[in-house]
Write a protein that binds this ligand. Structure first.
Ligand code: PLP
Length: 402
């Protein structure tokens, strides 16, 4: 009895005090100092600091080239263009992702073709891909969902057999490995996001990593109007004329963004370790709860641990979301299956049942707070509150049907 009342008092006290944000960034003084140094310098746009970031990012990933851009959306878009993918072409991807993945295919003038996902990871189901390949298929665009890499070996062998390129949406997966492989190593290009809530962030930003020098060169042009020389080359030496060689976009990363990212790259492993520890606590905390299911990290994988999701009964998901917010816990839904969003429904005539596994995840998933600044006490509070509200919402449904 004593222990129960102690626990109640602890919960009551914690609930008065706690507010657990869905996300808090990990920007430190040293990152700010780097930005201030750029602001005090001559050169704000793409220059030395971007090159430095690109080199360090390549070194971290173990790939040859990185091209800094303004977003992962831009990265996906110009990666398709750099591989000559456009009108009349099809790109196989997943409906369980942020809309940016499929939108980038449409921006390039090509058509996204969805393939359903694995129930255990939410990643594209490699065993279903070959059935979706047509003579128009040019590329596979897998998404390493929540930080768990797709089966890149399986994808590479399908791509080689059918002469396809692989452009990885690695927005969640900077720190991930699977079977000893990292993003960008088996794909033709891997695209990253430094959006405000990603594992490293410049507020907005992105990059493409590749081992192909011709593609890297083309990406450098496509990110800046197809110009033959970037601003740094045009102004840091004797003025030189430039040419426009292709129609490019305005996707170039600035020195300000790169400065914000540089030190974060040095802390990336430490921050990953903290998120890994939090995920393990969540997984342990929920392991005895029959009303929650956690996704799996397949053997041989290290998840980048970008998002932590629990699946609950789809009938109760929105109720659980509301209750968690009532208890001042920030939540999100990553993602409702994108083929059911109005635009994609209308464009392709999709409906419920088109991709049942993705729909099931989309209807039942809840993302919980996950970031290095989350304290042990906050994690404990989230675990306890999820237990309470999932049991509660079970009870309320039972009493409602009685
Ligand atoms: C965030 C995200 C993107 C888009 O990144 P931006 O940098 O915001 O363009 C693409 N794909 C996935 C899976 C994402 O989570």
């Amino acid at each position: 009895m004593f222990r129960v009342s102690e626990r109640c008092r602890w919960i009551a006290w914690v609930q008065l005090k706690m507010k657990v944000e869905f996300y808090r960034h990990s920007i430190e003084r040293s990152d700010i100092d780097k930005v201030v140094a750029v602001l005090n310098s001559l050169f704000l746009t793409t220059g030395e600091v971007v090159s430095q970031f690109e080199d360090e990012f390549s070194r971290y990933l173990g790939c040859t080239y990185t091209v800094g851009v303004t977003s992962c959306t831009a990265a996906l878009h110009i990666s398709l263009l750099a591989h000559g993918i456009g009108p009349g072409d099809e790109v196989i991807t997943t409906p369980m992702t942020f809309i940016a993945t499929a939108n980038a295919v449409l921006h390039a003038g090509a058509m996204p073709v969805f393939v359903d996902v694995e129930p255990n990871t939410g990643n594209i189901d490699v065993s279903r891909i070959e059935k979706a390949i047509t003579p128009r298929t040019k590329a596979l665009m897998p998404v390493h969902l929540y930080g768990q890499m797709c089966d890149m070996k399986g994808l590479r062998s399908i791509a080689d057999k059918h002469g396809l390129v692989i452009i990885e949406d690695a927005a969640h997966a900077v720190e991930a490995t699977r079977d000893g492989i990292r993003p960008g190593q088996l794909g033709d290009a891997a695209c990253f996001s430094f959006y405000a809530t990603k594992n490293i962030t410049s507020g907005e930003g992105g990059a493409i990593s590749t081992n192909d020098g011709v593609i890297a060169d083309r990406l450098r042009k496509l990110r800046l109007h197809g110009m033959s020389k970037g601003a740094a080359e045009r102004y840091s030496r004797q003025y030189e004329h430039w040419d426009m060689e292709m129609l490019g976009w305005k996707h170039n990363m600035s020195n300000i963004q790169a400065a914000l990212l540089l030190n974060q790259l040095e802390r990336i492993e430490r921050n990953w370790q903290r998120r890994e520890a939090i995920c393990r606590r969540y997984e342990e905390g929920f392991s005895g709860n029959p009303n929650t299911v956690c996704l799996k990290v397949p053997a041989g994988s290290r998840s980048a641990r970008h998002l932590f999701t629990v699946l609950v009964d789809p009938e109760k998901r929105d109720d659980v979301l509301g209750r968690l917010q009532d208890k001042r816990i920030g939540v999100a839904v990553n993602y409702r299956a994108i083929h059911l969003l109005s635009f994609y429904r209308h464009l392709f005539g999709y409906s419920r049942g088109s991709f049942p596994v993705a729909e099931r995840i989309g209807d039942s998933t809840i993302s919980l707070p996950l970031y290095p600044k989350l304290t042990d006490e906050e994690v404990r509070y989230v675990v306890q509150t999820v237990q309470d509200v999932t049991v509660d919402s079970g009870r309320s449904r039972l009493s409602g049907s009685a």
